[in-house]
Design a protein around this ligand. Structure first.
Ligand SMILES: [Zn+2]
Length: 387
């Protein structure tokens, strides 16, 4: 599972923070209106379609005095991951461990502090290891009264069947490139060409396009990946890692003012111990967010490279450039010259080899192998392929 493509810092002001999931949203609104909130829900669907954002919006609605995400202080706290009645779980390293499940159980069993119920969101729920999953099953079998647990996963098949069957599954639909394009033009007033390009490069993954539109520095990593692949630049991949660090420091700095304001109001309103606990929680959330963005930058870079080599393979099989609509589904249309040189010259064998290496590097990163180690290995692999 790639943890990126997820915009945690959602604006908690309304359901329209999620795009293209009308069916799921109207189901959730119906549940809220009827007051028939299931004890456990499972949000499934492809990468970057808004599962996590919807889970936060639904949590905001469940905890908000108004019963809807409306941008009030309670909703604000949910968006920042620091609402005392919201418990967020996500993999530590590559897995969700049993002590995290125990902590969740403890949190759910105490009385809510501000809202009328407790809510938990478990991200990448399929990454629960076996002992954690078995412990979690017990929580599901006897859910604390009034609580709601939302599991987020790519699909129900990654979970224990006994867990999946106890949750109400809500499927999220994939979005097409055209829908993403339309959204970028509307919401970001993006020129048509730019919107088309961004939608194409993001592979129609909405969350990724959105992240790139909001943080163009991140899209830069993808382009750098293509650049390295296309020009056979020997520039160190590690230098890019360092740049990722800088960008992400800036990104988290930009978030500070709004967050601080919220904390200020909060300090006044609550007793010291609670504030301390929540501040710690918020700092942790920010640290995770920035680690996530850093990882995302790295994945974007590798995916950028991979897109170029995949284009080479496609083009070398097809034998000629095809510009007709519905012709070759190439991604890097701006790189025709480089692609033709590579594909029609050397052919696809080297590209296939590098693609395999990129795939292995991504797997290693997903399994939390040290980033520097992986990038060094990858650099040697690529050099080997080129010599
Ligand atoms: Zn609210």
């Amino acid at each position: 599972m790639i943890p990126g493509e997820r915009v945690s810092l959602v604006s908690p002001t309304g359901w329209d923070a999620v795009f293209g999931q009308e069916r799921a949203i109207s189901f959730l609104r119906g549940v809220l209106e009827r007051g028939e909130v299931p004890h456990a829900m499972l949000f499934t669907g492809p990468r970057g379609v808004g599962k996590h954002t919807t889970a936060l919006l639904f949590s905001a609605a469940l905890l908000c005095p108004s019963g809807a995400p409306d941008g009030c202080p309670s909703c604000f706290k949910v968006a920042r991951g620091m609402h005392p009645d919201l418990h967020l779980v996500e993999p530590e390293g590559a897995q969700i461990h049993i002590d995290q499940v125990r902590e969740l159980e403890r949190e759910l069993s105490v009385k809510p502090l501000e809202a009328s119920r407790k809510v938990a969101v478990i991200d990448e729920a399929e990454s629960m290891n076996e002992t954690a999953a078995n412990a979690f099953l017990k929580t599901l079998e006897e859910p604390p009264p009034g609580s709601c647990i939302i599991l987020v996963a790519a699909g129900a098949e990654g979970l224990l069947p006994t867990i999946a069957s106890r949750c109400h599954e809500l499927r999220f639909s994939p979005l097409g490139k055209r829908e993403v394009e339309g959204y970028l033009r509307r919401e970001f007033a993006m020129p048509p060409q730019e919107a088309e390009r961004l939608a194409r490069l993001s592979g129609g993954i909405f969350g990724r396009a959105l992240l790139w539109a909001r943080m163009p520095e991140l899209a830069g990593f993808w382009s750098r990946g293509v650049e390295v692949a296309a020009t056979e630049s020997k520039s160190s991949l590690l230098a890019l890692l360092e740049r990722a660090g800088g960008i992400l420091r800036d990104a988290s700095g930009a978030e500070t003012p709004a967050g601080e304001e919220g904390m200020e109001a909060y300090r006044k309103a609550l007793d010291k111990r609670v504030v301390e606990k929540l501040e710690k929680r918020w700092q942790e959330a920010r640290k995770r967010e920035s680690a996530r963005l850093r990882r995302q930058a790295l994945f974007d870079f590798l995916d950028g490279m991979a897109s170029f080599y995949r284009d080479i393979m496609l083009l070398s099989v097809a034998g000629a450039w095809d510009e007709k609509p519905g012709g070759l589904p190439l991604v890097n249309l701006e790189r025709r010259e480089d692609l033709e040189r590579e594909a029609l010259g050397k052919g696809s064998r080297e590209a296939a080899r590098i693609l395999r290496a990129l795939g292995r590097a991504k797997k290693a990163l997903e399994a939390n192998v040290d980033q520097e180690l992986v990038m060094n290995w990858l650099m040697l692999e690529i050099k080997g392929a080129r010599s």
